[in-house]
Design a protein around this ligand. Sequence first.
Ligand SMILES: Cc1cc2nc3c(=O)[nH]c(=O)nc-3n(C[C@H](O)[C@H](O)[C@H](O)COP(=O)(O)OP(=O)(O)OC[C@H]3O[C@@H](n4cnc5c(N)ncnc54)[C@H](O)[C@@H]3O)c2cc1C
Length: 309
Amino acid sequence: MAVDVCSCDDATGRHVMDALTTKAQTAINITILPYHEALELLTPPMISSSSFSMNDSEIKHCRGALVFDHINERQLTIYSSAVVLASGGLGQLFKRASAPNVCVGDGVMMAWQAGCRLANLEFVQFHPTGLALDDSSFLISEALRGEGGRLYCPQTGVRFMLDVDERAELAPRDIVARAIANQISSNGLGYVHLDISHLPAAFIQAHFPQIYQTLLALGIDMTTDPIPVAPTAHYSCGGVVTCANGLTDVAGLYAAGEVAYTGLHGANRLASNSLLECVVVGRNIAANLPRYLKKIGTLKELRGFRENG
Ligand SMILES: Cc1cc2nc3c(=O)[nH]c(=O)nc-3n(C[C@H](O)[C@H](O)[C@H](O)COP(=O)(O)OP(=O)(O)OC[C@H]3O[C@@H](n4cnc5c(N)ncnc54)[C@H](O)[C@@H]3O)c2cc1C
């Protein structure tokens, strides 16, 4: 089956987030708590439930989270009938990462503490071309190489990808990232050059408006100058073990997105697949949750389990 990959200028993520945020803010059944950080998942033993056949005390259920409210600087406990973990990946464990600063793997840690299995944590995909200026986490899109961008060793001027793969700069992500890492380590460099200045300036400005403006603000005019780039941690392939319906090892705890290991990506995900996975598993969870909620008792059973700290 052929699938189209959608994009919007060179800022697809921002447009996706703008649309989702508006939708969530206007939904009457969603309460958004900004600057609230989950610290720990609540997994009390089930006290009474009529529909489970196992001995209830043997079943671990996730019934909420201990949360820190960064605005009022207080800790609170939020009880819920089920929890969906969607806390993103763990890219920020690396020196150079494309992920937001908050992606430190805390979701993986909380799920593990709650009793979930983790898998494939060592499979972290590196994007070949992160901007290599100080601690920048800005990503230079692969579309730049798609449009003809070339990679050069800044020391020798050699277009090294020609010797690595017949597809040169269009080789898959892992091959290009490894080739750049080899250039950097064998020549004692901090970066290699990505150059698209052989294309007309108007084309570059029209196709890469965000990248062009961001680099310009940093003193790099990509219509005339090469861009310093280096591999950057980009996607956590492993995570909390779930099935394709997002179920974890703990009843009532679901996981979707980069925090989860659904097995759909293997060791090296294909570009553009992660948002697809978020949507598919998210929908599966939404379809599954009503059945789970029907099975369990009410929150009254849990009163007194934990007071607000
Ligand atoms: C620059 C860039 C370009 C990309 N391009 C593509 C692309 O073209 N196609 C594609 O498919 N994928 C792309 N990806 C990957 C994709 O964006 C991510 O895999 C995806 O956004 C992960 O979604 P998520 O909801 O799991 O996590 P995130 O989008 O990372 O969201 C996690 C959220 O959880 C919050 N959070 C974390 N910890 C806590 C906590 N303890 N308590 C409360 N909240 C918490 C964070 O603040 C954040 O809001 C790109 C990624 C980057 C960085």
